[in-house]
Design a protein around this ligand. Structure first.
Ligand SMILES: Nc1nc2c(ncn2[C@@H]2O[C@H](COP(=O)(O)OP(=O)(O)OP(=O)(O)O)[C@@H](O)[C@H]2O)c(=O)[nH]1
Ligand SMILES: [Mg+2]
Length: 507
């Protein structure tokens, strides 16, 4: 079941920037971490070591403590703030086989060393309240991965409100926590311990063990064994008492209701996104529908021939023009060298004018479609500006226009090649294709000759193909806008909801 939940979570997408999307995305990431690093490994393996994360604010001495506990300086400690950016994971060789493939290892740099505590995988985390977002995020992620989270603080810092918020949050979500007051001087000890104990109690964290590590004073390298022996002994005790599994089980059990709730919220959000995406898709299709129909209508009625293409035809076909006297029934009166090539060229020039007219009309229609989609989307309560901008950037209306005309020309070529009779008394293949194209665009003089010479159906087919190519270009614009929305996997919301129900019932 945990596997299926994980799959559903990994498939969960919140592509739209709806209110709360960031929080939900974070919740999703955290659930995934909890499942991959805590729940699944314990289901698969009984002998896992306990994962203990040292967390807290920068300069509290986490890395110094960590190194001293494992007996080697594997995580640099320094006066620079913050120092640790990449979590360091220390494990004893006896635990290494059980940790193979464990998702925790993806979060940091792992070291296997004999000085580490058997049965305890210790993690040195980046600072929790870091000025650097990356650090904060990693520290939080580790918090979700921990079986036990040790909050390391100092007499001068334990009042930091942020750390308390995190501690309370971790506790509320069922995490097991302990507190270490580090760098504790003898004269401050009594007062600080008393104050901190009271604060922990007030925060509902009275059950969290409170441990102390005495101040080492200015120093380089590892702390003496004497200073960390108490803490080390406590950790060893955790491991030897089979605490790992109990702790994992109690922590997991305590976390389940919270996880179920998060899954439920996420499922609602996914459904909501799917609904809005559908709404936006529908709005785009409606906004474009009218333009597509108009283009289809113009093509079917031969509207693109009027104006410049007809003028070009009339010039070429009037007496004295290269195309004068062209007819389907009677061939040219005398065969003049190169005359057919000249007629083909003249016909192609007229067709060119027709294509220009179509390109201009199409371009204007596509611009209009883009604008109407953007306008229709404004009616939806969501900031659509980034989506519209993304789509607009991706749109290439010139290419879309070229593609529509290229495809249409190849249909025309095919129609001409298949038409009967295979020859035309006045034109070669290029001229015939241009004649058909010009006729289909709607130049009436050309249309008469094409009908007679190539067939009524052929002209109608060429026209219908043009209608579809133009409507296809409109669909292309719609697709670009729809793509900018991203998508939500079908049924994902439902799947998450089913998993949430299972979480609430049992595990
Ligand atoms: N005076 C004194 N300095 C200490 C003690 N423990 C550590 N330090 C020093 O405090 C500084 C910070 O220690 P780090 O171990 O790097 O602290 P950190 O919590 O890992 O800090 P980040 O990695 O930035 O989160 C270092 O210069 C340590 O040498 C101590 O007990 N007393
Ligand atoms: Mg550090």
């Amino acid at each position: 079941m945990a596997q299926r939940t994980l799959a559903a979570l990994e498939g969960a997408r919140l592509p739209l920037d709806l209110p709360g999307a960031d929080e939900l995305e974070e919740s999703r990431a955290r659930l995934i971490t909890q499942l991959r690093t805590r729940v699944l490994p314990h289901l698969e393996n009984e002998n896992l070591p306990v994962i203990v994360v040292l967390g807290g604010s920068s300069g509290a001495g986490k890395s110094t403590l960590f190194n001293s506990l494992v007996g080697r300086e594997i995580s640099p400690a320094s006066v620079l703030r913050p120092t640790t950016r990449m979590p360091v994971i220390a494990m004893h060789p006896v635990d290494a086989p059980y940790m193979r493939g464990h998702a925790l290892l993806e979060l940091g740099r792992a070291e296997t060393l004999p000085g580490a505590i058997p049965g305890v995988v210790l993690v040195d985390a980046p600072d929790l309240d870091s000025v650097e977002e990356h650090n904060r995020e990693l520290a939080r992620r580790l918090l979700d991965a921990a079986d036990l989270w040790i909050f390391v603080t100092t007499p001068s810092r334990y009042g930091d409100s942020y750390s308390w918020d995190v501690l309370r949050d971790a506790h509320a979500r069922g995490a097991s926590t302990a507190v270490v007051i580090n760098r504790l001087t003898r004269h401050a000890e009594a007062a600080v311990v008393e104050d901190l104990t009271a604060r922990l109690r007030d925060a509902g964290l009275g059950q969290s063990p409170l441990l102390t590590v005495a101040d080492a004073g200015p120093h380089e390298g590892l702390l003496t064994a004497r200073l960390v022996d108490g803490l080390r002994a406590r950790l060893l005790q955790l491991a030897s008492s089979g605490y790992a599994n109990t702790l994992a089980d109690t922590t997991t059990a305590a976390m389940l209701p919270g996880m179920a709730e998060q899954l439920e919220t996420l499922s609602e959000a996914v459904d909501m996104q799917a609904t809005v995406i559908d709404q936006l898709k529908g709005a785009a299709a409606t906004a474009a529908g009218k333009a597509a129909e108009e283009l289809r209508g113009s093509a079917r009625r031969g509207k693109f021939g009027s104006g410049a293409p007809t003028a070009a035809w009339l010039t070429a076909a009037s007496s004295g023009g290269v195309l004068s006297g062209v007819s389907a029934e009677v061939g040219p009166r005398w065969l003049q060298r190169g005359a057919q090539a000249r007629r083909d060229a003249a016909m192609t020039a007229v067709f060119s004018a027709a294509q220009d007219a179509i390109a201009v009309a199409l371009r204007a229609a596509l611009e209009g479609v883009a604008d109407s989609i953007a306008a229709a989307w404004q009616d939806i309560p969501l900031d659509v500006t980034p989506l519209v901008e993304r789509a607009r950037d991706e749109l290439n209306l010139d290419a879309a226009g070229r593609h529509a005309l290229d495809s249409w020309r190849s249909t025309i070529k095919g129609l001409v090649a298949d038409s009967v009779p295979a020859h035309h008394p006045w034109f070669g293949p290029a001229g015939r294709a241009s004649l058909l194209g010009t006729a289909a665009a709607g130049v009436s003089g050309a249309e008469r000759i094409a009908r007679d010479g190539l067939g009524v159906t052929t002209v109608r087919e060429a026209r219908e193909d043009l209608a579809e190519r133009l409507a296809g270009a409109v669909d292309g614009v719609v697709d670009t806008y729809v793509r900018s929305l991203g998508s939500v996997a079908v049924g994902n919301g439902r799947e998450l909801r089913l998993r949430a129900a299972e979480f609430s019932e049992n595990f």
